[in-house]
Write a protein of this length. Sequence first.
Lengths: 114, 112
Amino acid sequence: DGGITQSPKYLFRKEGQNVTLSCEQNLNHDAMYWYRQDPGQGLRLIYYSQIVNDFQKGDIAEGYSVSREKKESFPLTVTSAQKNPTAFYLCASSTTPVWGNTIYFGEGSWLTVV
Amino acid sequence: KQEVTQIPAALSVPEGENLVLNCSFTDSAIYNLQWFRQDPGKGLTSLLLIQSSQREQTSGRLNASLDKSSGRSTLYIAASQPGDSATYLCAVRPNTGNQFYFGTGTSLTVIP
């Protein structure tokens, strides 16, 4: 089935560690996104990529990094510079305007700092 | 910058009631608006997509309307069921730029 796969579902990070969240899609979408969701808050955009080897910062990019070496993959690294990383992270991809510009989401990854 | 608001933040209704969820946005220059459902600890599932040229979309018991000029959309749920309990979010895609803007959602509880 086509879709977006995020892994791991649950991740624990020690203080000072970098961790990487995986996002893979087989929908052949050009655009991919990373959002952060905190309890009681809406989705906040971390990074997005419209095409391979190109990405742009969103509203809360500080302390995060991404790469887009393949169309299917858009991993997110949460660095030790991110002071409050405990949150629910959602990866998404979207179709082009020709196809309605619909956005689709993965099942999310929970990151907890211990 | 586009701002999206959803009121109320939470809603509780008895089973069988019809209900309306609201979404408002500040900039009417949108490409489309999408409604999502989110179950606890899960990703977002797309319910309905309304293009800017459309006034409404229907899927089963769900009907979404769009009034661009007033910056408002509503999601109507008919004959609510306990399985409808979830958080409902709306998102707008502006005409320019490459981002989607999300509301904070309405948490719906349908009481059996």
